[in-house]
Design a protein around this ligand. Structure first.
Ligand code: AMP
Length: 127
């Protein structure tokens, strides 16, 4: 069920629980700004999620409300996770879903990192 990205942040969302250590995750990386873990239902050979530590529903409020330090720290963390996973030389894909048309299901900003194989066409088969 897609979420409404204009709703206030919900501290009971599943990624907030992962950040607080209340739900287990396969951690890949953590620093002051971000936490990265394996997606529970991978859509590629490598499918890692990176989330900011701050309370942001989506890319929309993160890009509007987060401090420069939070944004810089998060962007650097996404790049670091891709390097840790060995994805720079073969290449990889980043994705952030926002709201209903994006198909966002978890109301805490997350960037998907896909890799480990050729990833095919980017989006939307009109067929
Ligand atoms: P999105 O559709 O962009 O909101 O993606 C949500 C992603 O979170 C999906 O790829 C799910 O497989 C993933 N996911 C949901 N619950 C968990 C969990 N407990 N641990 C890891 N990944 C999860």
């Amino acid at each position: 069920m897609p979420i409404d990205p204009t709703e206030p942040y919900d501290d009971n969302n599943i990624f907030a629980k992962i950040l607080r250590g209340e739900i287990p995750s396969k951690k890949v990386y953590e620093d002051d700004w971000a936490f990265a873990f394996e997606d529970i239902n991978p859509q590629a050979e490598i499918h890692t999620l990176v989330i900011p530590k701050g309370r942001y529903v989506s890319w929309d409020d993160f890009s509007a409300e987060a401090s420069d330090a939070e944004i810089g720290g998060f962007v650097r963390a996404v790049g670091e996770v891709a390097r840790i996973r060995g994805l720079v030389e073969p290449g990889y894909r980043l994705l952030a879903n926002i709201g209903a048309h994006g198909g966002q299901e978890v109301p805490h900003l997350h960037v998907h990192i896909f890799g480990g194989q050729p990833l095919g066409p980017m989006i939307w088969n009109k067929g």
